[in-house]
Write a protein that binds this ligand. Structure first.
Ligand code: ADP
Ligand code: MG
Length: 290
């Protein structure tokens, strides 16, 4: 395992630019919910973390970068109304602010995903600055939001690389299954490669366990191995597997609208608090070290 080494490179203080340009009074930060594996809870975390963070004092934008558009469908966009989407903005110069929609959750807006994102790499590869296309288009949205959450596609495609380069902080959801630490190791290696070639500004702020069923011994064992591998980068809050959460996407409601008093809703409130705390402590350490 080389998680500690890769962690040492990926983790750390934000560079000076962010402290100076982005974080004077407002949070104004982009969080990428990232894992090259599919089915590990990226969309579940993105939708409900964004909803938990949204408040009158904190305007949230969720950007759905997955061609399956699960986050957009979950937030109630009908399948035939996904366009204009992130793809229109990225590949057709459609103005981002016109493509963004309000959602049923107050203070949470959405830039939907759509099937056109499946062709992202073909569309991006002939562009100049193809790795930073997303970074560029998000510039226009940034002044209007305090936090932008990216629901990243699986894999390490050019679109995924764009997501890594556009965000300030990476949150890595991991399902505690038998080979989870090995997969995480591969993920950090892949991120290291992107880093070596393209110098992203993003830092991993934490690994969050998803769909946890603590009654299963293999799950408990996997958690122990992950804890040993990532140590304090593992967030204290874990998102347990619950029926409420598995039903919420079909109900087209966030966990707060679907089951406000559930354990899952509480876990997401705690996760939001912990994410904010980590962002703040990174900001603080960057400020004092500058
Ligand atoms: N904590 C959870 N409790 C119940 N079901 C979950 C939980 N986390 C994820 N799921 C379900 O697992 C599947 C994969 O999760 P998803 O968030 O779509 O992963 P990804 O975006 O990484 O592909 C979905 O059907 C989702 O509803
Ligand atoms: Mg997803």
């Amino acid at each position: 395992m080389c998680l500690h080494n890769s962690g040492g490179i990926m983790f750390g203080a934000f560079p000076r630019r962010i402290v100076v340009d982005r974080m004077p009074e407002r949070l104004a930060v982009i969080i990428g919910v990232f894992n090259n594996k599919g089915g590990v809870g990226k969309t579940t975390i993105s939708v409900n973390l964004a909803a938990a963070l949204a408040s009158p004092r904190r305007r949230l934008l969720l950007v759905d970068l997955d061609s399956q558009a699960s986050a957009s469908l979950w937030l109630g966009v009908p399948r035939n109304q996904l366009r204009p989407s992130a793809a229109s903005v990225l590949f057709e110069k459609y103005p981002i602010l016109k493509a963004i929609r309000h959602t049923a959750t107050p203070h949470l807006d959405l830039l939907p995903g759509s099937l056109d994102l499946a062709n992202a790499d073909v569309a991006l590869c002939s562009m100049r600055g193809r790795e930073v296309a997303l970074d560029r288009v998000l510039e226009r949205a940034k002044p209007h939001y305090d936090v932008i959450v990216l629901d990243c596609p699986p894999g390490m495609s050019l679109l995924a690389v764009n997501a890594v380069l556009a965000c300030d902080a990476l949150l890595i959801p991991v399902c505690p299954e038998p080979l989870a630490s090995e997969s995480l190791d591969t993920l950090f290696l892949a991120l290291q490669r992107v880093r070596a070639r393209l110098v992203p500004r993003s830092r991993v702020i934490g690994v969050v366990l998803t769909a946890v069923d603590p009654s299963r011994k293999p799950t408990r064992d996997a958690i122990e191995r992950l804890r040993a591998a990532v140590r304090d980068r593992l967030l204290n809050t874990e998102i347990r597997w619950t029926a409420a959460l598995s039903e919420a996407p079909r109900a087209r409601k966030t966990v707060f609208a679907h089951a406000a008093r559930s354990a899952s809703a509480d876990q997401f409130r705690r996760l939001a608090g912990e994410v904010l705390q980590r962002l703040q402590s990174i900001r603080h350490s960057a400020t004092i070290s500058n």
